[in-house]
Design a protein around this ligand. Structure first.
Ligand SMILES: Nc1ncnc2c1ncn2[C@@H]1O[C@H](COP(=O)(O)OP(=O)(O)OP(=O)(O)O)[C@@H](O)[C@H]1O
Length: 255
């Protein structure tokens, strides 16, 4: 049994808007084991981003606790990389300088920074765009820069909020494969939020299905053999049965 990296208990987050309280997450418990790839699946508005923001230490819970390796999470931590849904690239920095940022903060020497940034830019398929600024890129390209920037910080845990949702099918497939390769090589822990059942199954070794206000409707291991190929999986009876189970869980979660 792997050590627990992230643990949340009794987590509730309530927002107040125009004097009206909105509960985004209610009494949420979750444990994430080291080295795991957890897909978190849920419909729009069920609290997935709120959950990630809390795990990442970007927002404080109304009640409940978040710990990282048994230490309370009181703010962002360098061990965790967070790929948010919104674009957080710095508009005044080129692609290379955006990707170098976490290494600058960590004090990595300039030469090593440049090499690593070039490597990561190639990995996300953006060779030739190193000197471009975010405004000169498409939405999908900016997303890939954000991914490269997150990886540049070499975090031991990756929190990813629908990272590939806006990409075309081919690119999405390539980046999913790249992420799996990185994960298998590095032993990193991944929490991957998506609302795509196929993506959740293709990537995760565990799937957690959330219903309204983050109610956990299903939490189960995914023992499909790897490497997983989307085309082969679609006709695999085990995959088809899991797909049906998750579809039903999503439906149940909406009730
Ligand atoms: N800052 C905020 N102020 C008020 N309400 C908020 C805020 N952030 C989120 N909410 C509300 O909390 C609920 C959950 O939002 P959240 O963004 O966590 O959902 P989600 O599952 O990530 O959705 P999506 O898949 O569409 O990104 C929604 O009802 C949303 O309106």
């Amino acid at each position: 049994m792997n050590a627990t990296v992230l643990k949340v208990g009794g987590l509730t987050k309530q927002f107040v808007k125009d004097d009206v309280g909105i509960v985004a997450l209610r009494d949420f418990d979750l444990e994430i084991a080291e080295g795991g790839f957890v897909s978190v699946l849920g419909r729009s508005g069920c609290g997935k981003s709120t959950m990630l923001n809390l795990l990442a230490g970007l927002t404080t819970p109304t009640s409940g606790t978040v710990t990282y390796r048994d230490e309370p999470v009181a703010g962002p931590r360098t061990e965790m990389g967070y790929l948010t849904q919104s674009d957080t690239l710095m508009p005044w920095r080129s692609v290379t300088r955006n990707v170098e940022l976490p290494m600058e903060i960590a004090g990595v020497p300039a030469r090593r920074r440049a090499e690593r940034a070039a490597e990561l830019i190639a990995k996300v398929g953006l060779e030739g765009f190193e000197r471009h600024y975010p405004r000169e890129l498409s939405g999908g390209m900016r997303r890939r820069v954000s991914l490269a920037r997150m990886l540049a910080g070499d975090p031991e845990t990756l929190l990813m909020d629908e990272p590939f949702g806006a990409l075309d099918a081919q690119l999405r497939h390539d980046l999913q494969a790249e992420l799996l390769r990185l994960w298998e090589e590095s032993g990193q822990t991944v929490v991957f939020v998506t609302h795509d059942i196929e993506e959740a199954l293709l990537l995760g070794d565990r799937v957690v299905v959330l219903g309204r206000v983050g109610r956990i409707v299903l939490d189960r291991p995914i023992d499909l053999p790897r490497p997983r190929d989307a085309d082969e999986l679609r006709v695999d009876p085990g995959f088809v049965a899991l797909h049906r189970e998750l579809t039903e869980a999503l439906r149940e979660g909406a009730r």
